[in-house]
Write a protein that binds this ligand. Structure first.
Ligand SMILES: C[S@@+](CC[C@H](N)C(=O)[O-])C[C@H]1O[C@@H](n2cnc3c(N)ncnc32)[C@H](O)[C@@H]1O
Length: 202
């Protein structure tokens, strides 16, 4: 059996980190957590070692985390047994409709998932999304541009959503350096009556 190259790469990376503690939840999530529902079902897309998912667990939600790395999933499940984890390749995922109250998408860029987020959330459900932008190439020119957002891309793609928070610029990253990021916290509207049919986020 040939293992997916992304799974191999991420498993190797997480195995190197095995002795270290999980990183804290992302600052954006800490900042908006009080606005999120305290019950219901959340999905953490590309969950990693589970810190973000755990914050939602502690808030009272049931949480399922998807990740391609079984090393990360095993770490998360051992640390937070109440967490549901699934090891899968998100490039092949079809999310169920009208199912989630919250979706987290931190530092994993797959634009093909974006229209699925609208359908997978219940009306009024929350999407919290953050990843790096092309400006990051000024600091790290070797990054793969296909993992980086274009300027203004999130704002445009999710223009039909009820946006609670939107930011694009530099912020402190978890490794103590700076990152160029785009952040968005938004709700799937209860009614799409006034929404443009052209929106890329759904
Ligand atoms: C930069 S980490 C982000 C982890 C976490 N969301 C966070 O905020 O720290 C990217 C994650 O995406 C996962 N990943 C990469 N490709 C994937 C794929 N095709 N399907 C599912 N997960 C994937 C990796 O295993 C890794 O845990």
């Amino acid at each position: 059996m040939t293992l997916n190259p992304d799974a191999q790469r991420w498993n190797a990376r997480y195995l190197r980190q095995a002795a270290g503690p999980a990183e804290p939840p992302r600052q954006l999530l800490q900042d908006v957590a009080h606005r999120l529902p305290a019950s219901g079902l959340a999905l953490d897309v590309a969950m990693g070692r589970g810190s973000n998912a755990a914050l939602l667990l502690e808030r009272g939600l049931r949480v399922i985390g998807f990740d391609i790395s079984w090393v990360a999933a095993r770490y998360a499940k051992a640390r937070w047994p109440a967490l549901n984890v699934a090891v899968l390749d998100l490039t092949q995922a079809v999310l169920p409709s009208d199912t989630f109250d919250v979706i987290l998408n931190f530092y994993y860029l797959d634009r093909a998932l974006w229209p699925q987020y609208w359908r997978a959330l219940k009306p009024g459900g929350w999407l919290v999304i953050e990843t790096m932008t092309r400006d990051m190439l000024r600091l790290k020119p070797d990054l793969n541009p296909s993992y980086l957002l274009e300027p203004g891309e999130l704002r445009t793609a999710f223009a039909d959503w009820d946006v609670f928070l939107e930011y694009e610029g530099w912020c402190a990253s978890q490794d103590g350096q700076r990152s160029a990021v785009s952040q968005l916290a938004a709700c799937r509207p209860h009614t799409a009556a006034f929404a443009s049919l052209a929106g890329g986020g759904r």
